[in-house]
Each structure stands twice: as structure tokens, then as C-alpha cells.
Design a protein around this ligand. Sequence first.
Ligand SMILES: Nc1ncnc2c1ncn2[C@@H]1O[C@H](COP(=O)(O)OP(=O)(O)OP(=O)(O)O)[C@@H](O)[C@H]1O
Length: 628
Amino acid sequence: MSQRFTQQPCCYLAPSSTHRPVPPPTLQRLTPPRPTTSYSTEKMFRVRKAPSEEHTLANFAYVNKADFDATQIKHIRIDPGPAHHYIFSIRNDPSIKQGEIAFGVPHRKWAVLSLDQEIRVSPFTFQSSEYIGSIVLSADFNAKKNVTSEPLNADLMAREFSMQFGGQAFTKGMRMAFRFEDKEKNKTHTLSLTVKSIEGFDINKAAIAASGGGTADDNKPKPIEHGELLPNSGIVFDKEEGSMLNLIGKSKGKSAYRSIINPNWDLQQMGIGGLDNEFSNIFRRAFASRILRIHTARMREYNKLDPNVDLDELSKRTKNFSGAELEGLVRAAQSSAMNRLVKAGNKAEVDPDAIEKLMINPGDFEHALENDVKPQFGRSDDALNRFQSWGMTVWGPEINDILSKGDLSVSQVRNLKARGFKSVLIVGEPKTGKTSLAAQIARNSDFPFVKVVSQEEMIGLTESAKCMALKKAFEDAKRSKLSLLLVDNIDRLIDYSPIGPRFSNPVVQTLLVLFNTLPPPGHRLLVLVTSSSYTFLKELGFLDVVSRVIEVPRLSTPEQMVRVIQETNNYTDEQILEIERNLRSLVEETRLKIGVKHLLELVEEANESQPEYQVTSLLEEIEAVATK
Ligand SMILES: Nc1ncnc2c1ncn2[C@@H]1O[C@H](COP(=O)(O)OP(=O)(O)OP(=O)(O)O)[C@@H](O)[C@H]1O
């Protein structure tokens, strides 16, 4: 039997009925080894809007066939700036002119693209290790007006998702819109999704391992940054933090553990047609035999560790954990296993054979990782997400400019040879989006250690305890080789009050010392600081210790304001025109300027009124700001 995949074109079994026509994605044939990215046909394109909502929902980037023929090129890579790139699947659309590339709003927000921006685009091909075994998506309603408390069936969503997007490219952090129809209830829901994590597998290595070659590691799923979705990839939905979404079903939630290969794994159905049965069986066995195997000395000694637990895999997932945190993790897994042996009734009873029956399994570690122990060191991805609750609207070139300046500081720190420390002050009026932009720079940096220091974590601390906490945050960051610390809202950290003015001198002095101390040799640190009190920081001497100042402006034109309002998806095209008309005269009369966060807050407030008054209410709120 040949180990190679056959050469016939393969097909994807399109769903028999979906609420909207989904173009059947053609799955790439698997021919090991797959070529890597080719830059030979790199071109410059201008960013445009996706022509319709349907285009946005199909999750592609759209180009003219004369530029890239989508029957030949499935995916592209765009390079909006020197430090980051994004991958999209493409479709041809005759309404897109040559030299143009169109994206829906979620994609533009994710890749921080402004309309008319010029970007470099090249064809992209995934490697054989970049097939998606499972993907975790966090979900929320795409607009407040669509919020419902009725339960949404995550299994149904997972099925729809794989039908709609099989063969497409997905990347960690990617945002997208997803519409699905609950046929039982005859309802359509539109959600916004963010890709939280992806596990990939190497289809070629797995085949080799299945026939006895390669190493044990070859057929394990591994976290990957991006990959191609197979119609049979495991799909798990989490609800976005703070979302009203009520998910039910097996495909939901953090605790849902789904095997990378489900029992009905059928390569024919996956669209990888033309394989003989023998190969399919070997392939299926290769994955069925993989499950996690972990051991810890004491537990193993007493035969309390399920042989399916895999320490190698676990150590990869916990590489940022300290010794104490690892110990805590093992203990949390133990107590999860113990809980299974406790019968809950009127009074809790422990199974009399608990000691014999106690067995710590992979699910216990999974549970402990998700719920109990989070590393002190590592990336504060959750915190960064929280700072961008409304996403990023590129309301003007100013945003790209700010992010490029941030990227430059990131590259400078990365390229420092010996030891290095740079700090960037991100200043602007209140509610202009400073923290969110700092979070975007942190996200783009891809540094292994990213931590946030904010007043929220220091509530209730005395002045000296606060100084200690700050010292510890800097020390922790300096311990890692390449770190980024986001010191959010320094004004609040130093208890600054313009009346007086008052501030905490010990905290200021501590920060000045910390900003003046280099990390140890071989260690590099970038600190991003946000503030609304430029003049005061200048008086304190802060500007002498920071390497760069980035200013975040307010929105000052009706076009910028309309763009932000439009991207909330709360208004019809007619309503947007009405808002635009009114804003034009208001801005002309009052020279109104408003921060992006402030404007988004007003949209949210206006949404609380009856639908027919929402536009009036929004305009009144904005007018009140303008005339204050
Ligand atoms: N282009 C943008 N730049 C920044 N934030 C944006 C942008 N587009 C949308 N947003 C959203 O606006 C909000 C900005 O809030 P953020 O806390 O960053 O503002 P801030 O200036 O730090 O506020 P404050 O002065 O109250 O501390 C976030 O929810 C973010 O998702």
C-alpha cells in the first residue's frame, strides 16, 4: 500500500441545506511534503470593504481573479507592517478591481487594516503539520440588539461551522462573523467569534508513525498558530468573558475535552478522497492510540496515575509555570480525581473504596489547567482581550501610525544585543483608546512574557505594599529573556488627583527607580505605560526616563465618528446616513472631538432606548458632549 496520498482531486461534501449558499471549499490534496510559503508573486494591494454582508460572513478576503486566481491559490498572507502578518483564505469577486483586496469588518479589525491602506500580499500554503485537529472559538453576540438568553446549541453550531468553513485558514486571535440557523426553532443567530487556540497535527508524520516509523511524538497534536480547517476538525465553543450567550451541548465550554479525531473519522467525508480503506484504518488507529500520558513519581509509584497522562505534553503546556505552580497543578488534579469519589447527597459521602479507586486521569489535569492554576509568568492573553472589548476600529491612518511606532519599539528591544530596556508612554485624553492600543502593541510583539500591571490588582493595598507589588512585577519581567510589561493607567497607580494636586510620592519614586534599572545581561524588557496626564508626568520627571512618547488623538471628523459607529453593527444603512448628516453639522458648529471609547460608550447607552429612538438618543448624547 502506498503511503502517499493519491493524486485525484478531492471533494468536500457540501451540506444538504444551509441557510445561505456556502461555496463548496475545495480541500487541498495532501501530498507530503507540502511546500512552504512562496513570495514569488508578491503584490501590493489597496484595502477595500467586503462588497456585502454575505461576503463578510463567508470569511474570505476577496481579490480580482487577474491578481490571484482562487482556483490555484487558496490562501494568502498579508504583511500590513514589518512585524506582523495575517493569513486569509481567498475568493475571487468580479466587483473587486485589480490591485484591490476586500475584507469584512471583523477581519479588518483583527488585522488592524484601514480602508485604502496599501498592503503587501503573497500566496500562502500551509505545511503538512498545519492541519487543524481541534479549534477553540470564543463566541459572543455580534451586536447588542441580537442578544437573547435562549440557549444556543453548541453542537449544532459546531456542525454548521465545519460545513461553512471547511478548507479555510484559521489563525489564533482571528476574529470573524458566524451566522447559523437553528432549524428546530426556526431562528437565525449571528455571532462574533475569536479563535482562542488551535491544535494541529502533521498528517504525513502521523501516517508514517501509524506504520511503525517515526517517533512517538509524531502523532501527537501540537498547539499551532494557524492551520487549515478540515470538515472533521474538532470544534469547541467557549463563551466570551462577560457574554450573555447561553451555550448548551457537548461542543461548549472550557471543560469540554474533545478528541482530536472523533470516532467517525472518515477520510472520504473529510474530502480527502481516493484513499484506500487500509490506509484509512491505519490513519484512524494512529490517532485512536494517542492520548495523553503523564506521570509524576509519587503517583506512579502508588499506581494512581492513569497511564494515559503524558508528562511531556503537559510540560510543554506549562513551560511558564514555576515549581510551586506545577506542584499546585498536580495537587489540583488530585483533588479533581478525589471529587469523583465523593457522593453528593444531603450529606457528602466518600466512597469506602476511594483509596483503591483513586486514579488521576488526563481530564483531571485538563480541569486543573483550565480552572485552578494559572501561571504567574507567561502571557496575560485574557487581560489583553479584556482591554479590547469592542475590538479595534481603524478609524484613520493615525491608528496604523501608532501601531507602527509601537512595533518599532518592539523590534528595537528584540534586536538589542546584550541587555535592554525601553519604555513607551502612550498618552491621550481620557477614553481615547490608550490601553486598547497598548494591548494591541503587546499582542503584536509576540513576546513570550507579557504581563499587565493595573490598579485593579492593587485595590486595598497600602502604599508600601503597592511599591512591593510593582517591584515584584518588574523583577518577574526581568527574569524572562524577552518581556513586555503593560503598566496601565499610571495616573491611578500613583493615586494622582489634579485637585491639589495630590499623588503617592513613594509609588512615584519606586517607579522612577524601576524605570532606571536595566535588566540583567541577556535579558530584554519593553514597558508600555498609559496615561491621561502628560503635563503632570512631565513635571514629575517621567518623560526623562521613557524612551518614546506616543500620542493617541480623539476623533475629530464626522467620517471617523461614523466609521466607529458603523462598525458596531447597530444601525441600518439609512440610520447611518442620518447620523452622518447630523454629525457633519454638529462637528462644523462645535469642533467636537471625542475619544473612541467615549463614543462607543454613548452608542451602548443609546441602545438601551426603544429601537425607534436609538438614533435620536445617540445624536443627543453626542451633542451633549459637544456642547459641554
Ligand atoms: N481604534 C481603536 N483604538 C483604541 N480602542 C478602540 C479602537 N477601536 C475600538 N476600540 C475600543 O475602545 C475601547 C478603548 O478603551 P480603552 O480602555 O483602551 O481606553 P482608554 O483611553 O485607556 O480609557 P481610560 O482613559 O478610561 O483609561 C476598547 O474597548 C476598544 O476595544
